[in-house]
Write a protein that binds this ligand. Sequence first.
Ligand SMILES: C[S@@+](CC[C@H](N)C(=O)[O-])C[C@H]1O[C@@H](n2cnc3c(N)ncnc32)[C@H](O)[C@@H]1O
Length: 266
Amino acid sequence: MPYVHGYAEREHERLRDQAGTLVELLHRDTAYPAGSTVLEAGCGVGAQTVTLARRSPEARVVAIDRSAESLDEARRRIAEAGLGNVEFRQADILALPFEPASFDHLFLCFVLEHLPRPVEALRSLCRLIRPGGSVTVIEGDHGSAYFHPDSAAARAAIECQVALQREAGGNPLIGREVYPLMVEAGLHAVRVSPRMVYVDAGRPDLVDGFIRKTFTAMIEGVRARAVAGGLIEAERFDAGVRALYRTAEPDGVFCYTFFKGVGERP
Ligand SMILES: C[S@@+](CC[C@H](N)C(=O)[O-])C[C@H]1O[C@@H](n2cnc3c(N)ncnc32)[C@H](O)[C@@H]1O
């Protein structure tokens, strides 16, 4: 299954910027006890791994991804951060080389949105967690993006991203489904909290880090495929991207909601 965002350097930068900007919002309540083991599935370039390892310095994180290129970058970042509590493995989420119940906790961020059968994937990952261990799932939802000034072209460009991700077998609107999905996967005591990113000119770090470098960069990244696939005219797509950048002007506002679910492995 192709990964809709691709593995280009620009995408690496985007994931790094996204993690840097959103650390507090997404991770203020992420911490694992000393001596515990955490499986991070689909760690990518290590954008969340650095935060996990830093916030839980006495836990051990095993981070897996199927992309060797992303893992190289993730290893580099962990080394640069001087963190010694992470081990990386190249593997497929659907065929992980671990014994059942061999981890205390599971952490997944922006991964289920790319998998054609997320409940099945989550179920099989949960088998690797001991009973009583925690499972954390963080996902976005591209239907949660709204902004001022509003723009039909911007919404059409976002729709291209949604259509392409669906075509690749993913679900770009998965955030709103985190609760039912975790329950269906058999988890107990599931609690989902929406984490809304609200950006106006009074928050210049988010204007740059979220509107420009995260959300709009992601949409820009599908231009070639959207135009080549006949989803949209190039001019309309470009107008949409300009309208998204326009929301980063002093009178602009941008809202987007992530969903963080935490449950217990029965
Ligand atoms: C959007 S990235 C998220 C990376 C990271 N969790 C983050 O929050 O920045 C999704 C990652 O999932 C990985 N991935 C997707 N399907 C996978 C699979 N079946 N097995 C292993 N990794 C997978 C991709 O290689 C990619 O690195």
